[in-house]
Design a protein around this ligand. Structure first.
Ligand SMILES: [Zn+2]
Ligand SMILES: [Zn+2]
Length: 151
């Protein structure tokens, strides 16, 4: 392990997540600059959540560990904006959706729902994506991108 990797590992914080029914529980390790919400206003997020946006962060797959209920997760797959599959993993009992995998990002990156993490109420909004379909009465709370930020 390199010195810089040791420093990065030392400052990571573990956040606990739990579904509504308690069957599914997980831990997410975040670096300080990842302990922030990316608001997604896309129409799929509206439909899946029943709200006007979801709260997310992109993390390495290795930063997410399930402590219960992993084997009982169900998967829903849809085709994302990029034309690639998006796999959503949710509690089979209560439908809480801890994370999804956008295959366009490669095998190592996943998207966790930061709004489900204990302490998430203290995270700041870092950016808003799919601002083109943000509902008109919602105020901008962070830098907004029409769809995704340029990569
Ligand atoms: Zn559940
Ligand atoms: Zn979305």
């Amino acid at each position: 392990m390199t010195t810089s990797a040791s420093i990065a590992a030392a400052i990571m914080t573990t956040y606990h997540g739990k579904c509504t029914c308690g069957q599914t529980q997980w831990d997410v390790k975040l670096e300080p600059d990842q302990a922030k919400h990316i608001l997604c206003h896309c129409n799929t997020c509206k439909s899946l959540s029943g709200g006007t946006y979801t709260l997310n962060q992109i993390i390495p797959r290795s930063a997410l560990t399930f402590t219960s209920g992993e084997s009982a997760l169900k998967k829903y797959t849809y085709t994302g904006e990029s034309g690639n599959a998006v796999h959503c993993y949710y509690c089979a009992n209560c439908t809480t959706h801890p994370f999804h995998h956008q295959t366009v990002m490669g095998d190592d990156k996943i998207v966790v729902r930061t709004g489900l993490l204990e302490g998430g109420e203290k995270f700041e909004p870092a950016a808003e994506i799919f601002g083109k379909v943000r509902w008109a009465w919602e105020r901008e709370v962070a830098e907004t991108f029409e769809t995704l930020p340029p990569s």
